[in-house]
Structures are given as C-alpha cells and as structure tokens.
Design a protein around this ligand. Sequence first.
Ligand SMILES: [Zn+2]
Length: 139
Amino acid sequence: MTAPAVTRSALAWSAFLTHRPRLFRPGHIRERAELNREYDRHRGSARERGYTSAWDKAAKAHLQRHPLCVYCQLVDRLTPATCVDHLYPQRQFAETFWRSEWWCSSCKECHDGFKQTIERKGRAALDALAQRLGLPLLG
Ligand SMILES: [Zn+2]
C-alpha cells in the first residue's frame, strides 16, 4: 500500500489556508508595549506609584480577609476578588493609599469596568459609592 500522493496543488492549497499575513501597522501607530512604557514614564511605574512588595503583602492579606468582590456584592453577585482597589483612586488621592478603610476587594471585571466608570464621573460618584458600601467618606 502506498501513501496517497500529495499533489502540488494540495500543498499550495494548504499553504494558502495556513498562511497568515503579517499584521499591517502604519508607521505612526506605535506598539502597545511602547505606549505602555511611555504611559509609565509619565505616571511613574507601578513601584514608583507605591505598589511595592509591602503593598503586595498587604493586598494579599486583605484579599484573604475579604475574598469577595464588594462591587459585585452590591448587585447580589458572589464573585471571587482578584485585586484590591483603592475606592478613592490613588492617582488623585495619593494620601489614601495606605488607608485600608477604603481598600475594596474587587474582581477584574469590576475594577476595569464599573469602577473606571465611577472614577470618570468624579468625586461625588466616588462618595456615593463609598456610602453604598457603608464606608466613611473622604474628609
Ligand atoms: Zn466584581
């Protein structure tokens, strides 16, 4: 028994099906990694913004004590939290970085979606959220 003949056209067809053209990126559009580096230069790296190993340790301990996303709990969803959010975003309210009364266990979806929306709405929306969560307001 012989192996089926692989024809020249079958090979060409297979190459056609598996070939992926290189992504076209105009010269003025920069890569995501480059944009992130530039953003970090502007705002400071995570370490420079206070996310030190001490923060990692404190955040981990907070997540162990408060394992569910507090924002999901507002709508009766029980979701494991994966990060600790600063209710008052530390880029505007740096003085609250270590104030654990405003640390909120959060899932990534809430942190990247719902909470960003609240932050864009400004201080009054942050205060309203603090109230809904039963947290003190920033004086
Ligand atoms: Zn959530």
